[in-house]
Design a protein around this ligand. Sequence first.
Ligand code: CS2
Length: 439
Amino acid sequence: MRLGPDTSFPASVQGPGYDRTAQAAGIVHIGIGAFHRAHQAVYTDDAMNAGDRDWGIIGVSLRSGDVAEQLNLQEGLYTVSTRSAAGTDLRLIGAVQRVLVAADDPQAVIDAIAAPTTHIVSFTVTEKGYLRGPDGALDLAAAKGPSSLYRFVAAGLVARHAAGLPGLTLLSCDNLAGNGAALKALMRQYLAAGHPDLVDWFDTECRCPATMIDRIVPATTEADRVAVEVELGVRDEGAVVTEAFSQWVIEDDFAGPRPRWEKVGAQLVADVAPYETAKLRMLNGAHSALAYIGLGRGHDYVHQAIADTAIRPVIERLMLRGAAPTIDAASGQDLGAYAEALLDRFANPALDHRLIQIAMDGSQKIPQRWLETLAWHQTRGERCPSIEAAIAAWIAFLRSDHPVDDPLADRLREAAAAQDAMERMFGDGGLIASEWRPA
Ligand code: CS2
């Protein structure tokens, strides 16, 4: 038996407290992976439970039909399992209405973006999905390709403009430095090349707020689905598993209406930068270091790596002496307490978070996670031993037998194997851009 709107559940499982069939879709979300389902979709479900209306989500997968297969047969319903030492809490999320696959039906995606009821297009397409070249600018050839977010958003904006509809809020929920400004600059570049007449309208009618998004969401395994089935009594192919912690800091700069996410735990602020920088350099920076150092020492999971007494001090040092001094904290932001909380989250034994999942796409992640920290110390004439150890572990990883899943995999492996690996990777004209942030 498969999860769906007509299946009955144990009373312990909280379900949507609003009429799902009566909601318009106010959000189109591109890149509907596990992270979105455990994060933004939960906040949006909470907002509708608290009384907001018409914030249904139409999910879009740019390439793969997997999530559409998982969710469409369940009319968008899925469970989120929150796992902590205290046990598992299972809850049903109703915010997602359906999933479109851009590769199969591109027009449906454009129509969804152009629909009068749509106010927000949001993204979790991962770092590489932004299709930036080594200088941080848009790789225009790639952006014209079939699975580029820019094509669909531009076509949707063209249709909205032609129909006299208002602009949109484009909400990047990826771990890029300055994600809002980056998306804006890249989108403008795309429009300037193919739809120059739309650039002014985009500038005045659309907004790209910055966000800091945080929740640890390991890839769902078959064992996770079986555990959900045992508790729920039906099979949920779209199940996601996560931790209790969740944070979302959003720049309060929207083109039109939005859910009242601040009523359900999100922080709407004027400046996201201190939160985002702390998250990228401390959480994500530590994560990538745990991944490469941990894999090198034979661990599989984050909780194993952080329990290793040869690794934990390096991670503490990376967060407190490497990253923290580089961050211009907001008032009330306590970076010491943040590091403590992160160590506890990494140690969560109830969450099997694979190091190899984090090791993916290093070339796209490392500049904003490590290199900005390193550069800060270098300009002060200081060394940063924790980041140096992390870089050495990455090079060792690239030289090892571990599978390397990265858009630059072959070139990285070749560079890492060379005598002058550091130069080929990080030197002038090397593979890794030292500055990704578009001007
Ligand atoms: C992780 C992130 O896979 C990775 O690279 O560092 O997905 C991390 O779990 C999230 O950003 C936490 O919010």
